[in-house]
Ligand binder design. Structure first.
Ligand code: GLP
Length: 260
């Protein structure tokens, strides 16, 4: 069962997850973090930046991003190369050479998935993968119907995802139609999955991911196949969970030594 932690706010979630990551980095400086884009992980990155100000050294940390748009110049402010650089690499003081993002360049995209899988394998994988969740239950850019065994590859975005992400662009037309995303099989290889969700708009997807059937129709339900998952949600995102009382009971009675 995924551990479900219900917190008061997104900032509290950020502090909780960042404290865990900082403790892991203190144990092993060459920790590997899987980073996600979207607004949801931002409180984690902000809390990690505060950990850095307090003296934690992230310079030997390696990061692998989940996904990238196809056809946006890497320098475009909304390319995930740029977003990860702005929200993660710079504020955390990461070494840019250790930050990996799939190649969304149109001319070379045909081999981008295989190259990214090879880079992940050569590195030895991801220790902790941060995940957001789309309002329809997608993870990374694994849209509904994505194979639960899928690896990094090109995907076509749904109109709903394009509309959700249009807020980052001047118009819907500018939102790319394709992406390169880690597959669900790729994501499931990480040592620990930490899925975050905030707000009422995510409540239905969270409930289905945690308590519904495992199905390619609800890509985030893949978390039920992983042995170490932490779902960190605020009250609104937790509001449709049937077993929330039990999750609170488990967390309140958790032995301190277990950590996240
Ligand atoms: C995009 C990203 C996902 C992210 C989702 C939700 O589709 N590829 O990784 O989880 O948006 O974004 P937000 O966190 O802004 O709701």
């Amino acid at each position: 069962m995924a551990e479900v932690v219900i917190v008061d706010s997104a900032d509290a979630a950020g502090d909780l997850v960042a404290a865990h990551i900082a403790a892991k980095v203190a144990e092993r400086a060459d920790y590997t973090l899987g980073v996600a884009t979207g607004s949801t992980p931002l409180p984690v990155y902000q809390a990690l930046a505060r950990q850095r100000e307090a003296g934690v050294d992230f310079s030997r940390l390696t990061a692998f991003a989940l996904d990238e748009y196809v056809g946006l110049d890497e320098a475009h402010p909304e390319s995930y190369h740029s977003v990860i650089d702005r929200e993660v690499t710079v504020p955390l003081g990461l070494d840019p050479a250790r930050v990996h993002v799939p190649d969304g360049t149109e001319a070379t995209v045909a081999t981008a998935g295989d190259r990214y899988e090879a880079a992940l394998e050569a590195h030895g994988g991801v220790d902790l993968q941060l995940l957001g969740i789309g309002s329809d239950g997608h993870v990374g850019f694994n849209e509904q119907g994505s194979s639960l065994a899928s690896l990094t590859r090109i995907k076509t975005l749904t109109q709903r995802t394009r509309e959700d992400n249009a807020r980052f662009f001047d118009s819907l037309d500018q939102v790319p139609t394709h992406c390169v995303t880690q597959g669900i099989g790729t994501i499931l290889r990480a040592g620990h999955l930490v899925l975050l969700a905030f707000g009422e708009g995510k409540a239905d997807a969270v409930a289905k991911a945690v308590e519904g059937p495992v199905s390619a129709s609800m890509p985030a339900s893949c978390i039920q196949l992983h042995r170490h998952v932490t779902v960190v949600v605020d009250e609104a995102a937790a509001s449709r969970l049937e077993r929330s009382d039990y999750y609170r009971w488990v967390y309140d009675n958790k032995p301190a030594w277990q950590g996240l």
